[in-house]
Design a protein around this ligand. Structure first.
Ligand code: HEM
Length: 250
């Protein structure tokens, strides 16, 4: 059994449920933010750096004395952003290793490259984690200095419409992401990062991404424009429902 399967989706949701409701918007900033570097989203070394930088958060004291999550990620904004890129790279790798998630990123489905996807995600995650706008904002243009790679990241609803992402698939995606954060970044910083991301990812972002079609047979999916290429698939236990999902190639 994989690490992902061992994690109960509902356990993750209950972690999220303990988080406050201070949602950080990530879909309505300007689109002309400073472009990011060409560093690949799969760079991973900086995550370990972030782990070792988590000391200040253990200081007892008031909230005011706490070092912000963003500042714990590295010595300066460039290092902190690199840490986020490393983390996002690991998350993407974990998602693609999950046979329920990978088909959504399969051949013919992507309009953007893996680099662009990773960089858009890094900008989004860094924004939520408190990066200054000179470092990250969302939506934004990535690889702005390279005409061949330049891309303006879309808002969540536009990017995911028509993909038929069921609630259970979304939960699985989040579970994988939380696992990566918690296994790569020691507490307390790991938990603080999850706590910062949680309200955003279970709030407006989820509403914009999940496009659930409950079904009984494949014909129910075929009858829907958004789901016609999908199969009626059992949702992740303990759910007993079925929903239209991208068919696994396995
Ligand atoms: C935590 C929740 C998620 C976040 C924050 C997120 C974020 C993003 C971002 C920033 C992009 C790039 C924007 C763009 O294409 O312009 C993107 C694209 C994409 N996302 Fe998500 N996503 C999430 C969940 C999911 C899930 C659960 C799936 C499917 C299992 C998924 C599938 C995709 C695909 C296939 C694309 C590329 C779309 C294209 O090339 O047209 N996402 N996502």
């Amino acid at each position: 059994m994989s690490l992902t399967q061992k994690l109960m989706p509902f356990a993750v949701l209950s972690i999220f449920a303990t988080v406050g409701a201070s949602v950080v918007a990530c879909g309505d900033d300007d689109t002309t933010a400073t472009p990011t570097t060409d560093a690949g989203a799969t760079d991973s070394g900086a995550v370990d750096g972030a782990t070792t930088d988590s000391g200040p958060a253990t200081d007892a004291g008031t909230d005011a004395a706490k070092v912000p999550v963003w500042e714990q990620l590295g010595a300066d904004d460039a290092a902190r952003y690199k840490a986020v890129q490393g983390l996002v790279g690991k998350i993407v790798t974990a998602e693609l290793a999950d046979t329920a998630i990978a088909p959504y990123f399969g051949a013919g489905r992507l309009k953007i490259t893996a680099d662009q996807l990773g960089e858009c995600l890094s900008q989004q995650v860094a924004t939520v984690l408190g990066a200054p706008t000179a470092t990250a904002t969302y939506p934004t243009t990535v690889f702005a200095s390279d005409p061949a790679k330049k891309y303006t990241c879309r808002d969540m609803k536009t990017a995911h419409t028509g993909q038929g992402i069921a609630d259970a698939i979304y939960t699985k995606f989040l579970t994988n992401a939380v696992t990566v954060v918690k296994t790569n970044i020691a507490d307390p910083l790991g938990s603080e990062i999850v706590s910062k991301l949680a309200p955003v990812l279970t709030g407006s972002v989820k509403t914009d991404i999940v496009d659930n079609k409950v079904c009984t047979t494949d014909a129910d999916c075929a009858a829907s424009a958004n789901h016609k290429t999908m199969k009626c698939t059992a949702d992740t236990a303990p759910a007993t429902t079925k929903s239209c999902q991208v068919a696994s190639p396995l």
